[in-house]
Ligand binder design. Structure first.
Ligand code: PLP
Length: 425
């Protein structure tokens, strides 16, 4: 079958309308295939130049004067670009702090707003940091508060009925990852938002593994709240500032638990009394990280130019191609699919399980093995995650990755590696 040959991949790449976007990214090495853009996106070339300029000109020469020549409103400029990617209005998005901290702020605000409701609902596929935040809140708010998790039967997805079962009148907040970090399972945002709101609960979406990977329409789904990460598919760089979204009509009703001067009505009046800024700005706390904020902007421009619909179309084609190749070359070798089969229920990464997953990952990353160096990531206990970032991944990358995963098992190249885990997997 022609699909199973490398020349088929080359033909797909030639016909790819997004193929030139690869050149916008810094090349990490000739034979390196990077399939971890869902964990840390690649470096756009424009970001290197931008950072050089921000450091030399804005900081080095401009010094404090730069606050009035671009720094003060830079978070608004960046927020407006993120808003375009998530179906929000520019003044509904704020950039700054980490995803975890923003999640805390919004989950707290939801509890504070509905004090008669004392339950947070999430699921057991959610990102651990999110669950830690909820556990902390429940402990801080008191013994009558509770975190309730819907359970996955297959460790891949969550049935909407399972979610419906854990809903009750005392649920203040439903908070879920739109795309789940391990399996890439994707919730139907509109349907689940409706489910929560019909119950009188607020919904808070974590978009970390979805933004930049799938088209998102928060306004279309009438979502209440959202947070998201920018160092994954948004290529903002390690520790890049996260964002949060609060629907327009809720902004004046909600309170941030952290009263800081950047969320004050007029920070430079230096008033001794806190008065919240109108609108989304009240969810800021301290000074935005200007260097990281500046580093994020060029990548957002690239994503907006490529367009989320085109990115999604290619992502779906590449994911289907990967699964098709895996069925033929990998499943007979003990690999199994740990992501949903249907693309409507899947983000832009594919998880595969194998009893030797950890050692296979090490062999993929090691240049000494021969062939291409492939960088995926490993998630306990036995998941290899292959992140597809259509802006810089080609069909040939996918073919070569499958080939490498196949030969590592058939030729037992994983045997020399140890199963004991490194600090970051
Ligand atoms: C990556 C990710 C985070 C990251 O949180 P940080 O506070 O930025 O480290 C949080 N939630 C989800 C769902 C993620 O995928």
């Amino acid at each position: 079958m022609k699909e199973l040959t490398r020349s088929y991949a080359i033909v797909q790449d030639d016909a790819d309308p997004l193929k030139h976007f690869k050149n916008h990214f810094y090349k990490p090495g000739e034979d390196l295939i990077y399939l971890d853009g869902n964990s840390l996106g690649m470096l756009p070339c424009a970001t290197r130049e931008r950072l050089q300029n921000v450091v030399d000109e804005e900081w080095g020469r401009g010094l404090i004067r730069s606050w009035n020549t671009g720094w003060y409103n830079r978070s608004d400029v960046v927020a407006a670009k993120i808003a375009c990617l998530i179906g929000a209005k520019p003044h509904e998005v704020m950039v700054g702090d980490s995803t975890s901290v923003n999640l805390y702020k919004l989950a707290y605000a939801a509890l504070f707003y509905q004090k008669e409701r004392k339950v947070i609902v999430s699921d057991n596929l959610n990102f651990p940091s999110d669950l830690y935040i909820f556990q902390g809140l429940v402990r801080q708010w008191g013994a009558d508060y509770q975190l309730r998790l819907a359970s996955s039967v297959d460790a891949i997805g969550i049935d909407t009925n399972a979610l419906a079962k854990v809903m009750s009148e005392d649920v203040a907040l439903v908070s879920l990852s739109h795309v789940v970090f391990k399996s890439a399972f994707m919730y139907d945002m509109e349907q689940v938002t409706r489910l929560a709101q019909e119950n009188g609960s607020m919904i808070l979406w974590d978009l970390s593994h979805a933004v930049g990977a799938v088209p998102i329409d928060l306004n279309g789904a009438h979502a209440d709240l959202a947070v998201g990460c920018t160092y994954k598919y948004l290529n903002g760089g390690p520790g890049a500032p996260a964002f949060l979204y609060v629907r327009e009509d809720l902004q004046e009703k909600l309170e941030t638990p952290i009263y800081g001067w950047f969320g004050q009505n007029n920070p430079f009046a230096f008033s001794l009394e806190y008065e919240p800024a109108p609108g989304i700005a009240r969810f800021l706390a301290g000074t935005p990280p200007l260097l990281s904020l500046s580093a994020l902007e060029p990548s957002l421009d690239i994503l907006l130019e490529a367009g989320m619909n085109r990115i999604r179309k290619k992502s779906v084609e590449q994911s289907k191609y990967l699964i098709r190749l895996a069925e033929h070359f990998l499943f007979p070798l003990g690999y199994t699919l740990a992501s949903p089969c249907s693309e409507e229920q899947r983000g832009s990464h594919i998880s595969m399980r194998h009893p030797e997953a950890y050692r296979i990952c090490q062999a993929l990353i090691d240049p000494g093995v021969g062939g291409n160096v492939v960088i995926p990531d490993f998630r306990e206990p036995d998941n290899i995650r292959l992140g597809i970032a259509p802006l810089y991944n080609s069909f040939a990358d996918i073919f070569d990755t499958v080939w490498q995963m196949k030969s590592i098992v058939t030729e037992k190249k994983y045997l020399p590696y140890s199963s004991s885990r490194k600090g970051v997997t």
